[in-house]
Design a protein around this ligand. Structure first.
Ligand code: FAD
Ligand code: NAP
Length: 236
């Protein structure tokens, strides 16, 4: 099916850290989007030196039930055309994108527990999946391991804690690879967490999103433990 063009207005902008921002869009035409939790949309963000269109994909961070107001989550990459364009948007501005698309979406597999692993803004599609699962009452155990650098990069603490306290089947660990003094939480990358805490992959479906190195390393760790479906979205 060809991708659909959506026109939208920015209805909310929220800074979550020094370089991470949420942008909520209100769809104008068509007025709603049907997508699977985890899929992405693409923006034309400028033209390169050869006058070719520059396109950048962004996951929808809100759940499919939020059909009229998709949420984006992104970090600023200095000099990067995609993030610079999206960071330039203000409330009331109009924008357009194409989509939805992507094979990284939440599967309906009632026999498997779920492991989510993200680095940095790789949390975006997993957030969509988490809220989709929350709407279904987390029928199976779901674990999230999320890797960030340091305290100044932390966000979504309150909403992940709220999800975990509302749903005993959901638990999460945020780990910092370069914590400053005073951090009492988990330290290091997500890979050793997966290595140490996942005893068996036999009844697991795994979703990995973030940087290429993490996806490669975590996949290798999981594959040493056995066979299970591993769905992956490489951001960079
Ligand atoms: C399917 C898909 C979905 C994506 N969804 C999101 C999303 O929801 N949120 C999001 O922030 N990004 C997302 N990305 C990455 C996004 O498309 C852009 O690559 C990113 O915003 C950088 O684009 P840019 O034009 O600003 O910088 P560029 O000039 O294209 O990038 C410069 C360099 O920045 C690094 N980089 C790329 N992406 C990131 C990033 N996210 N964080 C840190 N460094 C990066 C890379 O090393 C890259 O070579 C997604 C990528 C893919 C493939
Ligand atoms: N966030 C910042 O404060 C900051 C500062 C300066 C520049 N930048 C630049 O901004 C971009 C994005 O930075 P980011 O921090 O948002 O994302 P990032 O560089 O992808 O780091 C996010 C997390 O992923 C971890 N990671 C990296 N490689 C991994 C691997 N192979 N396996 C498992 N985990 C891995 C990082 O650990 P490690 O810390 O061990 O790499 C970090 O905890 C990068 O290009 C970076 O150079 C960011």
């Amino acid at each position: 099916m060809p991708l659909q063009l959506f026109r939208a207005t920015v209805c909310r902008v929220r800074d979550l850290t020094h370089d991470v921002r949420e942008i909520e869009l209100r769809l104008k035409e068509p007025p709603a989007i049907a997508f699977k939790a985890g899929q992405f949309v693409s923006f034309e963000v400028g033209r390169d030196a050869l006058n070719r269109t520059i396109v950048r994909p962004y996951s929808i961070a809100s759940p499919p039930s939020q059909r009229e107001r998709p949420l984006l989550l992104l970090n600023l990459v200095p000099g990067g055309p995609g993030s610079t364009y999206l960071f330039s948007l203000r409330v009331g501005d109009e924008t357009q994108f194409k989509g939805p698309t992507g094979a990284f979406y939440l599967r309906d597999d009632p026999a498997r527990d779920i492991l989510f692993v993200a680095t940095a803004t790789g949390i975006a599609p997993l957030r969509s999946m988490l809220y989709a699962l929350s709407e279904r009452g987390f029928p199976r155990p779901v674990t999230l391991y999320w890797g960030l650098r340091s305290q100044r990069d932390l966000y979504y603490k309150d909403e992940l804690e709220a999800l975990a306290s509302a749903h005993p089947n959901f638990s999460f660990i945020t780990t910092l690879s370069r914590p400053e003094d005073g951090w009492t939480g988990e330290r290091g990358r997500v890979t050793p967490l997966v290595e140490a805490r996942i005893a068996s992959v036999q009844n697991l479906a795994v979703y990995l999103c973030g940087n290429e190195g993490m996806i490669k390393d975590v996949t290798a760790v999981l594959q040493k433990k056995g066979l299970c479906p591993i769905y992956r979205e490489k951001y960079y």
